[in-house]
Design a protein around this ligand. Structure first.
Ligand code: ZN
Length: 281
């Protein structure tokens, strides 16, 4: 089973403020990347049997994606698409009510948060009721926990280590650190090694090949590669590009005389049944 655990959906004109494009341009990204349609999303996940879809609500950075837009798209292929709900602690008051609404109204099955984009600490008291609810309802929570191109996202809230208090308080809660917490990959590997229900996804790492190589080698050496999940971070990459990059990782290693990454690591990420790991089957 190939599962893409990390894809975005939004309606650019309705959901994104002008600063998103401006921030992307400044960070060297192509603003055309921000266009998403149901057709482009479907094409991008062609390599996956299942895909998790969410919108980020972070008014602090101009991201105001309506969960209703995500739900509308997920409803076009409910067997294959799995909707995750997002709440903005600065707008949705109380934030947990927006998550509950998405579960009750749309049957969403997990939570997406980006505390740094949202301008709050991951353990902010406005987010805490979400963790209690998600643990009780067995909803995995995927965090953008790592750096970002967004100017107004404070780095002090972005390190993956900041999730550990939440993991201690909610030991049954399944948590996923997106992008292996880049560039704090060592911290992410340490966290998923010791916290039984914390995982990481490898989305949007392959276009920095040396960092990605090091990330996979580090996970291999610490024996944490079994907790790495496939993700694309569409619209920034596609599922198939993410799979191809894993398959070609050892061509890169050979080119620079680096020791190869074990097949068990790369194939494990591609074929892992992430839905079973996250309790979503
Ligand atoms: Zn993302």
């Amino acid at each position: 089973m190939i599962v893409d655990v990390h894809t975005h959906f939004w309606k650019k004109d309705l959901d994104l403020g002008p600063e998103v494009e401006r921030d992307m341009r400044r960070a060297g990204g192509a603003p055309g990347m921000l266009e998403i349609t149901p057709e482009s999303h479907r094409a991008a996940i062609a390599g996956a049997e299942r895909a998790v879809v969410f919108g980020l609500r972070a008014s602090n950075c101009g991201l105001n994606v309506k969960n209703d837009h995500v739900a509308e798209y997920v409803a076009t292929d409910p067997k294959r698409l799995i909707g995750f709900a997002c709440a903005d602690p600065l707008v949705d008051d109380p934030a947990a009510d927006e998550i509950k609404r998405c579960v009750d109204e749309f049957g969403m099955r997990g939570v997406k948060l980006g505390p740094t984009y949202q301008g709050v600490h991951p353990d902010d008291e406005r987010l805490r009721p979400i963790y209690a609810y998600a643990e009780k309802k067995k909803l995995p929570v995927l965090f953008h926990q790592g750096t970002t191109f967004a100017y107004r996202a404070p780095l002090k809230f972005a390190n993956p280590v900041q999730l550990e208090d939440i993991a201690y308080r909610h030991p049954e809660l399944k948590m996923i650190v997106a992008h292996m917490g880049h560039p704090w990959i060592g911290e992410c590997v340490s966290l998923i090694r010791k916290q039984p229900n914390v995982y990481a996804d490898v989305s949007a790492l392959f276009y920095r090949p040396y960092q990605y190589y090091q990330a996979l080698k580090l996970a291999e050496e610490y024996g944490t590669h079994r907790k790495l999940l496939l993700g694309s971070d569409y619209p920034f990459t596609t599922t198939q590009q993410s799979i191809d990059a894993l398959k070609k990782m050892n061509d890169y290693a050979a080119q620079y005389n680096l020791p190869p990454i074990a097949r068990e690591v790369t194939d494990g990420i591609i074929y892992r049944d992430s839905l079973a790991e996250l309790g979503l089957t």
